[in-house]
Design a binder for this molecule. Structure first.
Ligand code: NCD
Length: 330
């Protein structure tokens, strides 16, 4: 685990800040104001410091988290489970794909009923589903906090929080940075959430994607209305010359209507040594993972290739979210 200045200098947030999110759900990135964002970041840094120093934390002892994952996951589910274990709590899990059973779930009814029941067993629920809006359904059914771990092509706020945390650790700041989002901007839920945080910091944005996979118009309109500078292009080589943070995404195969449509765009962009050599000095490369072909393995050796360090940051961020929303702090 990388030990940054931010983690080294981490202080316990004040009592008042620690209870700012108590009882709240985490459904989207746009629900956050800068104060809430900063308390999540500060609490995560404080927890990471405890992890690095091998201090034993027990503030979730006796509490149970339900991980309800109706879509594939490696990092998100396992880092949530690890986070709960690191805080001394326990975990119950459903991990199954709804690919062939979407009929009842897509009506919302059975998700509502499952959540109503599981809510009575646990203290916090973490939900992933292929249906956009599923986190809201879960939150309506549950009295305990619900954390959205990815909902269809909609939002993935906890990933975006760890992305911001990673940029802050690696770059020291977000102010004044140019962030380039690359790949599947249409279906990629991580970028849909990330832009809401980049907006709070006033970053300049470059969107690079195939024409078929551009950022949805409602999102670009929202950003423009808030005065964010956006450049949309299909030329990656040009874009990286001005980029401080390159955020690469996987083409979201599972969201395409037909295999043919996916095949036509699947290898549109590959970040390789040539791209990295032409990029702005010190460019940070992020990816929520899993990677398919979007980043050549040879790029892993660059100091700015931070995607595996980024995945590690999921643990302290999710420790912060679990304890802040349930009010079991530090
Ligand atoms: C992302 C997701 O599930 O949306 N992965 C993750 O949570 N780390 C990105 C992806 O699957 O491409």
């Amino acid at each position: 685990m990388m030990y940054s200045k931010m983690v080294e200098n981490a202080q316990k947030p004040s009592e008042q800040r620690l209870f700012l999110m108590k009882g709240k759900d985490v459904l989207s990135a746009y629900q956050f104001n800068k104060e809430e964002l900063s308390v999540v970041i500060d609490t995560a840094a404080y927890y990471e410091k405890a992890l690095v120093e091998k201090r034993r934390l027990r503030n979730m002892e006796g509490k149970i988290m339900a991980a309800l994952f109706y879509e594939p996951s490696t990092r998100t589910r396992l880092s949530f489970e690890t986070a709960m274990h690191r805080l001394g709590g326990s975990v119950i899990t459903i991990a199954e794909s709804l690919k062939y059973q979407t009929s009842s779930m897509s009506k919302g009814e059975s998700l509502h009923d499952s959540i109503t029941v599981v809510d009575q067993y646990v203290d916090v629920l973490v939900v992933r589903s292929p249906i956009n809006g599923s986190a809201e359904i879960a939150a309506n059914a549950a009295e305990n906090p619900v954390i959205n771990a990815g909902a269809g092509a909609g939002q993935h706020p906890t990933q975006a929080l760890l992305d911001v945390y990673t940029i802050l650790k690696e770059k020291g700041t977000l102010e004044g940075l140019t962030v380039t989002l690359l790949g599947d901007l249409k279906y990629g839920r991580t970028v849909h959430s990330l832009v809401d945080f980049l907006l709070l910091y006033g970053c300049d944005l470059i969107f690079v994607s195939p024409k078929e996979l551009v950022m949805p118009e409602d999102i670009t309109n929202k950003l423009c209305n808030k005065g964010i500078k956006i450049k949309e292009t299909d030329n990656l080589l040009e874009a990286v010359k001005d980029t401080d943070v390159l955020y690469v995404t996987r083409i979201q195969k599972e969201r395409f209507a037909t295999v043919k449509e996916y095949e036509s765009v699947k290898n549109s962009y590959i970040v390789d040594d040539t791209i990295v050599k032409k990029s702005k000095e010190g460019m940070l490369i992020l990816h929520p993972l899993p990677r398919v072909n979007e980043i050549a393995v040879s790029v892993d050796k660059y100091p700015g290739a931070a995607y595996f360090r980024q995945a590690a940051n999921g643990v302290p961020i999710r420790m912060a979210l679990l304890s802040l929303t349930t009010g079991n702090v530090l």
